[in-house]
Design a protein around this ligand. Structure first.
Ligand code: BGC
Length: 445
């Protein structure tokens, strides 16, 4: 028998994920303030081909038709993010009513179509005015974020019941505050450690605020994950893989579960102490209703003297000569199975949701169609691995494809296409890819 959604049970959530900066455009529309991504794309050499998301998919203006298309594809759950600087143009203080109105229209339209909104409160677009004050390195960000979260719950909570606090804190602190390859482009250990601790505090603080204002809400947060394997059985590679795992898979989820930071594996994390205050350890913990895992590939890790702090390096998929996506990520869907098992093995882990999974391939439009068998295969294989995990007893309750529309893929620009729907960025024409037709069929009631 082929893959069916029925085998996951009638309550299983199937949807798609998107993010404000990657699709909306309208970057200064109706009083929106600048975000760190609006700034970052304007710095030379940061984004492939110098691209930006001032217009992106123009979802800000086209959401009506796009959501109808979503519904036409039988998609009943949409995970999307709110742009903080549409609500608070300078991050805090005065509310921009036009921003609230926009998300009200969006949410109402989704509900009228029978699509359930799943709101991500922070998908990487910090208001620029807050970055000037230090952004995630400034401890005040926890309170600024809390005020913004409260504003969203007060304005949208009568209709939105499902919330996700942060999107992949490891990526926005690692790429944004350590490596400098994402906004705001900062580098160095101190900015990374400070940003990490404040983001970890914010993920619990944000959730606490939602629950206090709306006790019946369903609250989670999301984590980037990769199944990690050592390059060889040599002890130094095995130890390097453990350190990489602590950084990539454990750094944010463990404090949330009350286990603290994984300082045993990565001694450098002990320096985090200088940012800790009394009660922080307790405040990092929160009992979420669910945890979102986002998974794309695995990593093979070898020991390296040249990589500071971690002394571990990723052995690239290209060096291993394995099949890759246009992100140069190995096509390895079994990673999802391992990650679901790993996360569910924590004591006190709430139910899991796969809040992002998908693949970018070089799509082509031929006579108005997009044949993308590799993406369909990827999704089917990943869902099969999720089924395996479920059969092993993992409590996984939902799956969201990344993503609905081809969109702005951060530092990579528009080249990697992850969508179920093809977007021609010149004309804004949409074409449902074969993978999108497959998903629509899979979801058919
Ligand atoms: C992010 C998305 C991104 C996707 C593919 C995740 O890290 O949450 O915003 O587009 O992966 O790179």
């Amino acid at each position: 028998m082929g893959l069916t959604k029925e085998s996951f049970g009638t309550d299983f959530i199937w949807g798609v994920s998107t993010a404000a900066y990657q699709i909306e455009g309208g970057y200064l529309k109706d009083g929106k303030g600048f975000s760190i991504w609006d700034d970052f794309v304007r710095k030379s050499g940061k984004i492939a081909k110098g691209e930006h998301a001032d217009v992106a998919c123009d979802f800000y203006h086209r959401y009506d038709d796009d959501l109808k298309l979503m519904r036409y594809m039988n998609i009943r759950h949409h995970r999307f993010s709110i742009s903080w600087s549409r609500i608070f143009p300078v991050g805090r203080g005065e509310i921009n009513q036009a921003g609230i109105d926009y998300y009200n229209r969006l949410i109402d339209h989704m509900l009228s179509l029978g699509i359930t909104p799943w709101v991500t409160l922070y998908h990487w677009d910090l208001p620029s005015s807050l970055e000037i004050k230090g952004g995630w390195t400034n401890r005040d960000v926890v309170e600024w974020f809390g005020d913004y979260v409260a504003c969203c719950v007060r304005n949208f909570g009568d209709r939105v019941k499902h919330w996700m606090v942060l999107n992949e804190p490891m990526v926005f602190t690692g790429a944004g505050y350590f490596l400098g390859i994402h906004a705001p482009g900062r580098r160095g250990l101190n900015s990374f450690l400070a940003a990490t601790h404040h983001a970890a505090l914010a993920q619990a603080h944000g959730a606490r605020i939602i629950k206090s204002l709306q006790p019946e809400s369903i609250v989670g947060t999301t984590f980037s994950t990769s199944h990690i394997e050592p390059f060889s059985a040599k002890d130094r590679d095995v130890q390097a893989a453990k350190r990489a795992d602590a950084l990539l898979n454990r750094l944010f989820v463990e404090p949330l579960l009350g286990l603290g930071y994984p300082t045993e594996e990565i001694k450098t994390l002990r320096k985090m102490e200088k940012y800790m205050q009394a009660d922080d350890e307790k405040n990092l913990k929160f009992d979420m209703d669910f945890v979102g895992v986002q998974n794309y590939t695995r990593e093979i890790v070898a020991h390296s003297y040249f990589i500071p702090y971690l002394r571990a390096k990723l052995v690239t998929a290209q060096d291993r000569q394995v099949p890759v996506t246009t992100m140069n990520w190995e096509v390895y869907t079994e990673s999802l199975y391992h990650i679901l098992k790993k996360y569910s093995a924590y004591e006190n882990m709430p139910p899991l949701m796969v809040t992002e999974n998908g693949a970018s391939f070089p799509d082509e439009v031929t006579r108005g169609k997009v044949h993308d068998p590799a993406r369909t295969q990827y999704l089917q294989d990943a869902i099969t691995h999720m089924q395996r995990a479920k059969d092993d007893g993992v409590d996984v309750r939902g799956y969201f494809v990344w993503t609905f529309l081809d969109n702005f893929e951060w530092a990579e620009g528009y080249d990697p296409r992850f969508g179920l729907v093809h977007v021609d960025f010149e004309t804004q024409r949409r074409i449902i890819k074969d993978s999108g037709k497959w998903y629509a069929d899979f979801l058919r009631e």
